[in-house]
Write a protein that binds this ligand. Structure first.
Ligand code: ADP
Ligand code: MG
Length: 835
């Protein structure tokens, strides 16, 4: 594709660079070439999931037991065992199916969109639906959605490390002519799926999609099953320990039975059922289901979590590092102050509403150059219906210019842009070049620090004067504005030589003016930060704004008190590792931070044992997002690259949603503890019951089918319901848990032993009483007591800290249903004659 002339290629692809494909044609091609995905999401059918349930050794043994029973003539016994096994498998498969569906639905929500020309108009569609011949647009921050040949490019740079391993972005140019046998890394007129645009823009035509792309050929890159989460690993270990323990018990029970002369078959059945009882091999599967349901629930709290492990990690977060702009604040910028070099003016009006005015008697001519810079050195636009497109900071400048009497749309059309040197949060400024009255002009805007650095003159009325005498007054006004939490921008400009490259023009400029804008805090920010502090979670605010602005906002939202000040990026640069770590212990606000500082912050925090959540939106934020334990991307303002690098995405860009997700993560973890504790105490109770009884020579208090019934049916329903327990009101009151803590800690261990002994003693006594009344009753007595005990115990499992009399009985509707269901089922098998 890179060796051909672009016109020839477009012809071959039967496409048109202006009009794109028609919807009809794209549908035809979609069915011909398939979806633009590296591998079709394989989702297991219900039948497969059902069959999978039979892969476990225990189930195999059970089936063998059923066959054996049938073989020696115990047909009912055999059939009942099979029914229980099948019922259990059905429930298991249904749970996994619904968990799988939930995860799949989420995955499709995070899949990136592509901007494509279809039916002659620019649309956003899921990248999956791209076909060869589609004309797409790319800009900085986008993932390249397919293999494309560039048609047009402006300052385009692409990070191809995913494909070539080369970590510095390579320059691309649509015009370059490439030999058809050139290696991948030299094909500068093409862009490939899996790479990312780090700079500039382009249009291109899709040539290859899905498995036909270069990355599609590299099969090894496509592997990557969902790994087990740390919790699931822990449960697996726990499961095998319990398994060995239980095997030992089974052997002893088998021998006891043998020496007491019980029939071999019966001992075998009791041992098998006990094995089923004791091994919590279903635990990891239930955990998956509960994590997946948690993921689904988080969607309603504006959080998309990309993998199950993160749901778990969230609950143990100790620090949240959050961007200020847009996450803690509303990103609804309004310019409130202007300085024209001589006078200061207030601007009225709020939000993006254009009715408002520059107050006082300002001279439009004095402001002319500054307004032109604000309008032209700007990528945002105002829409007819009063809305905005693009960066809120830039849109605010357009609104300011409208208030000053400019028609921003007409002005932009009148002075088209010749070149641009885009904004980035490293330089904190941007520049553009325009033809004004026949003369090329450069305009820049950015943070006062960056702009003042490149200015040596200032425009005051019609005079151009050296800047020195004015620096002080400019700084005074700047600090005054910043300390009332305003974001300040400066404007500069000058003439350029006709063939200048704008990237080299940022020097010897003339300061044109200054403006300040307010970005109100999100009303819920302060409360959410308080919630974090109560929950032992630190909140660190990170911003590119000036320290004084950052400190003012930090105070407003309760991150800084009294005299505390923000630490700036340049201060960080001067600290060595040890110093930085000690400063980081109690610095909660960082200002004038660039993306590398964020990486340093994450690294230092992790080094000191923190579990770090970090937000980010730009291309340069990807490294810190990846480094963080939980990288959080912005759903609205975030780039594809940041979304790709993150573990979760905020669909409303709101800090409060992060806190909600942490809370949800904690609830899920505590629920997992609840059902683990419940299941294990019941299982151990059953083992004790049988073990003691056999030891005493009383025979097995439960028939094998009864044991199976208890374990596979009546236990599992309430256990699952405990996993769905609603939130307790104190989840955000305790300190974060240590992720290395074992799942069964001392407290849970004691409670398990206590519950298990209680259950087994009760069932044993009831067994003996039943026996005394009539030996035929004994089993049923023990059976009913055990089930009742366990079902009642499930209510006390609803909280680890509060007694059931405090939590109340009926707060968990799933549990109520599960308990009633289990009782009814049990009642049915006890009373219905055919059962
Ligand atoms: P934040 O993460 O707080 O949004 P940024 O890195 O985006 O910080 O911005 C840092 C500084 O750069 C701002 O304080 C402002 O002075 C300046 N700035 C922000 N956006 C723009 C823009 N679009 N054009 C020029 N300068 C900008
Ligand atoms: Mg920003």
């Amino acid at each position: 594709m890179h060796g051909k002339n672009i016109q020839v290629l477009l012809k071959e692809l039967e496409s048109n660079s202006q009009f794109g494909l028609t919807t009809q044609e794209s549908e035809n091609r979609l069915s011909l070439y398939g979806k633009n995905a590296l591998k079709e999401e394989k989702s297991k059918s219900f039948l497969n999931l059902f069959l999978d349930q039979f892969k476990s050794i225990l189930i195999m043994i059970l089936i063998a037991a059923a066959l054996l029973s049938a073989y020696i003539g115990e047909f009912t016994e055999g059939i009942v065992i099979m029914i229980i096994v099948i019922l259990n498998a059905l429930v298991g498969a249904a749970q996994e199916k619904s968990a799988g569906n939930a995860v799949k639905a989420l995955k499709s929500m995070v899949s990136p969109l592509a901007r494509v020309i279809r039916d002659q108009t620019l649309k956003e569609i899921p990248s999956e639906l791209l076909v060869p011949g589609d004309i797409i647009e790319l800009e900085s921050g986008n993932l390249v959605p397919a293999d494309i040949r560039l048609i047009q490019s402006i300052n385009l740079k692409i990070d191809e490390s995913a494909l070539t391993g080369e970590s510095t972005p390579v320059e691309k140019n649509a015009e370059s002519e490439i030999e058809s046998n050139a290696p991948l890394s030299e094909r500068s007129n093409s862009a490939y799926l899996g790479t990312t645009v780090t700079y500039g823009r382009a249009t291109g035509v899709v040539v290859k999609t899905g498995m036909h792309t270069e990355i599609g050929h590299i099969a090894s890159m496509l592997e990557g099953e969902d790994e087990a989460t740390p919790l699931q690993n822990k449960l697996n270990v726990l499961g095998s320990k319990l398994g060995i323990f239980c095997l030992a018990v089974c052997v002893i029970i088998f021998m006891l039975g043998y020496f007491r002369g019980m029939p071999l078959l019966e001992i075998f059945m009791v041992s098998v059922s006990l094995a089923v009882a004791a091994v919590p091999e279903g635990l990891p599967a239930i955990v998956t289901v509960i994590l997946a349901l948690g993921m689904k629930k988080m969607v309603s709290r504006h959080v998309l979590v990309k993998n199950l492990s993160s749901v778990e990690t969230l609950g143990s977060t100790t620090v949240i590092c959050s961007d200020k702009t847009g996450t803690l604040t509303q990103n609804k910028m309004t310019v409130t102050k202007i300085f024209d070099g001589q006078n200061e003016y207030s601007v009225s009006g709020s939000g993006y509403n254009r009715d408002g005015a520059i107050e006082g008697d300002f001279n439009k001519e004095n402001l002319e150059q500054m307004m032109l810079a604000a309008i032209l050195c700007n990528d945002a636009s105002l829409t007819e219906d009063g809305g905005i497109l693009g960066d809120p900071t830039e849109a605010a400048l357009l609104v300011m210019a409208e208030k000053a009497g400019y028609n921003t749309k007409k002005t932009t059309e009148k002075y088209p842009r010749l070149q641009e040197y885009p904004f980035d949060s490293e330089r904190k400024m941007m520049s553009t070049m325009h033809k004004i009255d026949g003369q090329p002009m450069v305009f820049s805007k950015g943070s006062p620090d960056s702009i003042l650095k490149v200015c040596d003159r200032i425009k005051i009325k019609d005079n151009i004067l050296p800047i020195e005498p004015y620096s002080e007054i400019i700084n005074q006004i700047y600090m005054k504005w910043a300390s009332s939490a305003l974001r300040v921008l400066c404007y500069a400009g000058r003439q350029a030589s006709p063939n200048a490259d704008v990237n080299h023009e940022e020097s010897h400029m003339i300061l044109l003016g200054m403006s300040a804008m307010i970005d109100p805090e999100r009303p819920e920010a302060k409360k959410s930060i308080k919630t974090c502090h109560d929950a032992g979670i630190r909140v660190i605010m990170i911003t590119g704004d000036h320290g004084v602005t950052a400190s003012a906002i930090g105070k407003n939202i309760g991150l800084l008190s009294g005299e505390e000040k923000a630490i700036s990026g340049s201060q960080i640069d001067q600290m060595d590792e040890a110093e930085f770590i000690s400063v980081l212990k109690d610095a909660d606000v960082f200002s004038r931070v660039s993306p590398q500082h964020k990486v340093r912050i994450v690294e230092a925090l992790k080094k000191t044992g923190n579990i770090v959540a970090m937000t980010g939106d730009g291309v340069n934020d990807a490294p810190s997002l990846k480094k963080a334990d939980i990288g959080i991307a912005m759903g609205i303002t975030g780039t594809d690259v940041s979304k790709e690098a993150s573990d979760m995405i905020l669909t409303d860009d709101n800090f409060a949603s992060i806190v909600g997700a942490v809370e949800e993560g904690r609830v899920i973890y505590s629920n997992i503890r609840k059902f683990v504790s419940f299941l294990i105490s019941c299982n151990i109770g059953e083992i004790l019951l049988i073990f003691v009884s056999m030891l005493m020579g009383w025979g097995s208090p439960l028939r094998p089918i009864q044991l199976l019934w208890v374990n596979l049916i009546t236990d599992s329903l309430p256990a699952f319901a405990l996993g769905m327990e609603p939130e307790e009101d104190d989840v955000m009151k305790a300190a974060p848990r240590n992720p290395t803590d074992p799942i069964i800690d001392k407290k849970m261990g004691i409670s398990i032993v206590f519950q298990a002994v209680g259950l087994s003693v009760a069932a044993l006594i009831s067994y003996r009483i039943g026996y005394a009344i009539h030996p035929d009753f004994a089993n049923t007595f023990a059976f009913i007591t055990l089930i009742s005990g366990e079902l009642l115990r499930s209510f006390s499992g609803r909280s680890e800290t509060k007694s059931v009399f405090k939590t109340g009985f009926w707060g968990n509707k799933y549990l109520n249903l599960a308990v009633i269901g289990s009782y009814l089922l049990t009642l049915a098998i006890l009373t219905l004659p055919f059962m």
